[in-house]
Write a new protein. Structure first.
Length: 196
């Protein structure tokens, strides 16, 4: 077949999710900086936790899953991989992100379709000196329970993140940008063609 008639390689769909609701969130800024570093062949989808209510089993029983949860579940189920940008609150994961994951795991029979064997990478930004290392560690049991495939080929923990971005959300430090680029490319490379 002539090269001009060859089909383009399939796209990898990567969902990115920030664990903060703040408009000026450092983790959302890091997620968007990561989106700008994606290699060709990646369709990046920034999902949102906004409008996800606190998990309530009575609400689930009476009304089913909220629309915001259904939207998140379908975004993740249709993706090849997940990139989580996790803040660190009180040395652990943020409640708003854990709450969304808990909702998305309902009903339990849907866990394999949404989460099962889904590649996931963790990164985080913090104004402190340790760059979300404890938050990232606190996710391990959750990801294991959901049978996700944690990519551990790189680490992205941005310290002193309140000084790391300019007004447009760009990383101002070239070594930080290079670390993020290597992290993103390493994760995408680990997925193979179209996440296979």
């Amino acid at each position: 077949m002539p090269a001009s008639l060859a089909e383009p390689p399939p796209m990898i769909t990567l969902v990115g999710l920030s664990g903060s609701l703040r408009k000026a969130s450092l983790n959302t800024a890091l997620l968007r900086a990561a989106a700008r570093e994606m290699p060709p062949g990646v369709r990046f989808v920034e999902a949102t936790l906004r409008d996800v209510p606190l998990y309530d089993g009575d609400l689930e029983a009476a009304e089913g899953l909220p629309a915001a949860v259904v939207r998140l579940k379908e975004q993740l189920a249709g993706a090849d991989a997940l990139l989580l940008a996790t803040p660190e609150y009180n040395n652990a994961m943020p409640g708003v992100l854990k709450n969304a994951i808990d909702w998305m795991s309902r009903p339990a029979a849907d866990i394999p379709r949404v989460f099962g064997a889904k590649p996931v990478a963790l990164m985080g930004a913090s104004p402190g000196n340790f760059g979300t290392i404890l938050s990232q560690a606190s996710w391990l049991g959750v990801l294991r329970t959901l049978e996700m495939r944690l990519w551990s080929g790189g680490r992205m923990m941005l310290s002193a993140a309140h000084r790391a971005f300019d007004a447009e959300g760009n990383l101002v430090n070239a070594p930080d940008r290079e670390r993020l680029r290597r992290f993103v490319h390493g994760f995408v490379d680990s997925l193979g063609p179209a996440g296979s």
